[in-house]
Ligand binder design. Structure first.
Ligand SMILES: Cc1cc2nc3c(=O)[nH]c(=O)nc-3n(C[C@H](O)[C@H](O)[C@H](O)COP(=O)(O)OP(=O)(O)OC[C@H]3O[C@@H](n4cnc5c(N)ncnc54)[C@H](O)[C@@H]3O)c2cc1C
Length: 445
């Protein structure tokens, strides 16, 4: 079978800070003809690349197909914040997975950054790793009270966390905007596209095969053998891992993939990067290079890159950005949090899809015998997707995992999924109002 001449990704890859500063892509030709493998992976973000690397390291034959290139999805577009765990509190997690498993999974997911930094070190991935923690600054007295309770719980599990008073928060962030905060030393940052390409390169070095611009349009499945069809070829495999997360509906011709896309809510987050800050200002802004994510419902997340740019993002909406005006909220927040920068010089603007789930936790589903998926990181996927990739690799290779894992469940379409866009828009508006009311009411100590 011939590959389509000049095959192109169905997903546009606009310029971004990460694309401008990442090392070159590993070679990922278009699939042309027939390939046989043991495990086929659809999607080359952190989930798919981590799964491929862990399988290849075990000597399991693995082939990865991406509609574009490694990191073209959320993995090459995010804030690069390597955060521990998920956003929910432990009690919420325990309600979903039970008291014991919930507590164990909470701790395991909290340790996910270890896996990221271990892979970076072990495979020499050039992605500017920094591990000085995450600051969660409080936007109101009420959220500071919550952080104190959350900090006490984390500390009781042995996590290296600390409550920060107003002055220390101000010193560490370089902003007087917040009334206190919380530091979790398990976190850090990477250049996310460089990290994703590095995972792909390490997987290829270990024997994995990667094909780019090769969207999977159809899955043919019998009990023993599955065949993935792309425009240029076919891959026959014993097992399939679907690692398409927020981009699951990108090429949704296949009924199984279409069904999976109805279990999640994709949501755009918009991000900007300034030009490198002037030295005198740069020294005051996050001098120890922690990553920061505040406590607003429409949270603001930010950090500096390795060349002293301020990189900041926030919630966007159900649709992709439409020109520079879509980034107005993020630019306003730079002014609000860092007035010392003056009018920020914006060098890059870009956006990407976050994958939300109805219960706020990631899911592992068996879609049919030998076809698994892991997805739904709710905006915390750099570490979690890397861990998920390892879990999926263990599942496909029938290896006993060395940590507790999320139980494998059946995928269920969300009721009224077709109404997701208006619902997301209403939720955003409500959250915005709640944030404003809370901020006004807050008697900041
Ligand atoms: C703007 C933004 C900021 C974020 N910031 C952070 C952060 O700072 N920290 C954090 O922890 N998380 C963050 N996240 C979340 C994090 O980026 C994601 O959770 C994570 O990258 C998900 O990785 P993934 O591999 O599962 O999916 P993706 O990286 O989205 O990869 C999915 C891949 O599937 C491919 N694909 C889809 N359909 C097909 C098909 N039919 N055939 C072949 N290939 C297909 C796509 O091309 C894509 O490459 C952010 C997300 C966004 C969008």
């Amino acid at each position: 079978m011939q590959s389509e001449p000049g095959a192109r990704s169905p997903l546009p890859d606009p310029p971004s800070l990460w694309r401008a500063t990442a090392p070159d892509l590993p070679e990922t030709p278009v699939l042309d003809g027939q390939q046989d493998t043991r495990v086929a992976v659809i999607g080359a973000g952190f989930t798919g690349c981590s799964a491929a690397l862990h399988l290849a390291e075990q000597g399991v034959p693995v082939t990865v197909l991406d509609a574009g290139q490694p990191g073209i999805g959320a993995s090459g577009r995010n804030g690069g914040q390597v955060n521990p765990g998920i956003k929910l509190r432990v009690e919420a997690v325990q309600r979903i997975w039970g008291t014991e498993l919930g507590r164990e999974l909470y701790r395991t997911m909290g340790g996910a950054p270890d896996l990221v930094f271990d892979l970076v070190n072990r495979h020499g991935i050039p992605c500017h790793p920094v591990r000085t923690g995450i600051i969660q600054p409080a936007y109101s007295g009420k959220s500071l009270d919550y952080l104190k309770r959350y900090g006490d719980y984390q500390a009781s599990t042995g996590a290296p966390v600390r409550i920060l008073d107003r002055q220390r928060t101000c010193e560490l962030t370089g902003s007087t905007f917040y009334c206190g905060g919380f530091l979790d030393e398990r976190a850090g940052s990477v250049q996310p596209l460089a990290y994703c390409r590095g995972l792909a390169e390490a997987a290829i070095r270990n024997g994995a095969r990667f094909f780019g611009n090769s969207p999977v349009r159809r899955i043919e499945s019998s009990e023993r053998r599955k065949i993935l069809h792309t425009p240029g070829g076919r891959v026959a495999a014993e097992q399939i891992l679907i690692c398409t997360n927020g981009y699951t509906d990108l090429v949704a011709h296949d009924p199984l993939i279409r069904k999976l896309s109805k279990t999640i809510i994709p949501f755009y987050s918009y991000q900007v990067a300034t030009s490198p800050l002037a030295d005198a200002i740069q020294e005051t802004v996050i001098p120890q290079l922690q990553v920061v994510a505040d406590t607003r419902r429409l949270l603001t997340y930010f950090r500096k890159d390795h060349e002293g740019r301020l990189v900041m993002g926030s919630a966007g909406g159900p649709h992709d950005a439409r020109g520079a005006s879509s980034y107005g909220l993020v630019v306003d927040r730079i002014r609000e949090i860092y007035p010392q920068i003056g009018t920020p010089q914006i060098e890059f603007r870009w956006s990407g899809r976050v994958c939300l789930t109805a219960d706020g936790v990631p899911h592992v589903h068996a879609l049919s015998p030998g076809i698994y998926t892991g997805l739904g990181y709710n905006g915390r996927g750099v570490a979690m997707a890397t861990l998920m990739g390892k879990w999926l690799a263990d599942l496909a290779a029938d290896i006993q995992p060395d940590t507790p894992t999320i139980p494998v469940t059946t995928a269920r379409a969300l009721p009224c999924h077709a109404l997701q866009n208006p619902v997301v828009r209403i939720m955003l508006a409500i959250n915005n109002i709640q944030d404003k009311v809370e901020y006004r009411r807050a008697a900041i100590p």
